[in-house]
Design a protein around this ligand. Structure first.
Ligand code: ADP
Ligand code: MG
Length: 397
């Protein structure tokens, strides 16, 4: 059932409740943005100690498939969204029987499955102008034997549940592919050709139930160990042609998905300048955190507007920005297990610093604990603050 065909539900006003599936940091920042507009927010999450739960007006502590809890969420809220990609699409479909759900179960299920996602990208290529990396689904020994040599070296990725570089193995040869697939515990995988990346970008777009669309400035992303390290906007490497092409592709794709809400699309720019579409996230995205402090409407406020069927907000960026992800590693002194609080006082003394911590009690290496965005009149000044912050926090540049 399409979200755009729900004529009986009136538009929400900020005096009403919005619901979120998932209790992570994206949910927390959504809660903050929605509350700032006057909404109350209910969060459904399995754990009662979660970043969004600490901020929500109501935390429903239950499994994502608990029908009683889903009915309660639907009854309380005028609209429901998801803050994480792997919410069971079935649960969204169930909620949609009685409530406006954005994005829809159908759109989320495409983004959850790398094979469906690549098929969608390929089907849209003639109108979007972008193709995904050459790839092949791997489910058996026969599939491995049938892999064309041109797909190697490649990256073997699980079809479902991968994030932050998890569920991925780089393989140079067919034998390495065999070993890597054997280590994936029998789950369906996809092999992608390893592409010569020049840099990575992402585009956030949003679409309303009325079909109106907006797009944010393109973001340039640096990953470390598969996890986003920094996002810089405007990206130092991004050409105007690349930005236009990626933004246009994002708008084409969000429309073709009949999507409602905020969608993030990741792209690769190859060394020859060509643009490849990598993956999409059916929600606000880590690379869009800069919008909180550098744009008129943050990605989270935009999600609240789309859900409430209010007009979408201005995506204009008012300041150049650099976002630094804060991982749990910096709570530890070198390799030791001694935990210490990073010197936030020194970071906050830097010009243009906005600190966002997600309220996670326990710092673990590789765990996303927060982010800092530096805004400044010029990108060079924002980058200067970033460099100083990395020095203070002991993050090698
Ligand atoms: P995740 O869901 O973990 O973000 P991605 O598909 O985005 O998975 O892969 C994580 C990172 O691995 C990418 O940001 C990119 O740096 C690298 N990567 C992924 N696929 C390819 C590819 N086909 N060629 C080169 N690098 C890749
Ligand atoms: Mg990715």
């Amino acid at each position: 059932m399409s979200n755009t065909t729900s004529p009986f539900i009136p538009a929400a006003s900020p005096a009403t409740w919005l619901g979120v599936m998932g209790g992570g940091q994206l949910g927390r920042m959504f809660v903050h943005a929605a509350q700032a507009m006057g909404f109350k927010v209910a969060v459904l999450e399995t754990s009662n100690d979660c970043p969004a739960g600490h901020a929500a007006d109501h935390l429903l502590c239950a499994s994502y498939t608990d029908e009683t809890a889903l009915k309660e969420l639907a009854a309380q809220c005028v609209a429901v969204t998801t803050e994480f990609e792997n919410v069971p699409a079935q649960s969204l479909a169930l909620l949609a029987q009685s409530r406006f759900v954005a994005p829809s179960a159908a759109a989320v299920s495409v983004a959850q499955d790398r094979v469906a996602e690549k098929r969608f990208f390929t089907e849209c290529a003639s109108i979007s102008g972008v193709l995904p990396a050459p790839n092949k689904t791997i489910e058996s020994e026969n599939d491995i034997n049938a892999v064309p040599d041109a797909l190697l070296p490649g990256i073997l990725k699980t079809v479902r549940m991968g994030y932050d570089g998890k569920g991925q193995v780089r393989v140079n040869t067919r034998d390495e592919l065999r070993i890597a697939f054997a280590g994936m515990n029998g789950v369906s995988c996809i092999l992608e050709k390893m592409l010569p990346l020049a840099y990575e970008v992402s585009v956030l777009a949003a679409r309303g139930v009325d079909g109106k669309m907006v797009v944010y400035p393109i973001a340039e992303n640096v990953h470390r160990g598969g996890i986003l390290f920094t996002t810089t906007v405007p990206g130092p490497n991004v050409t105007p042609e690349c930005a236009k092409k990626a933004q246009q592709a994002a708008l084409t794709l969000i429309e073709r998905l009949d999507y409602v809400g905020v969608l993030c699309i990741e792209f690769f720019v190859l060394q020859d300048g060509s643009l490849i579409v990598n993956e999409m996230a059916p929600r606000p995205h880590n690379s869009g955190h800069y919008t909180i402090d550098a744009c008129v409407t943050s990605q989270f406020a935009q999600q609240a507007r789309a859900m409430a069927r209010l007009p979408l907000g201005d995506t204009r960026q008012h300041s150049p920005a650099v976002m630094l992800n804060i991982l749990g590693d910096i709570w530890f002194n070198g390799d030791s297990n001694d935990v210490r609080e990073p010197a936030w006082d020194k970071v906050l003394a830097l010009p243009g610093a906005y600190l966002h911590l997600y309220g996670k009690e326990e710092a673990r290496r590789g765990r996303k604990m927060g982010h800092v965005t530096f805004v400044a009149p010029t990108l060079a000044e924002a980058q200067k603050s970033l460099h100083a912050a990395c020095g203070i926090l002991g993050i090698p540049l």
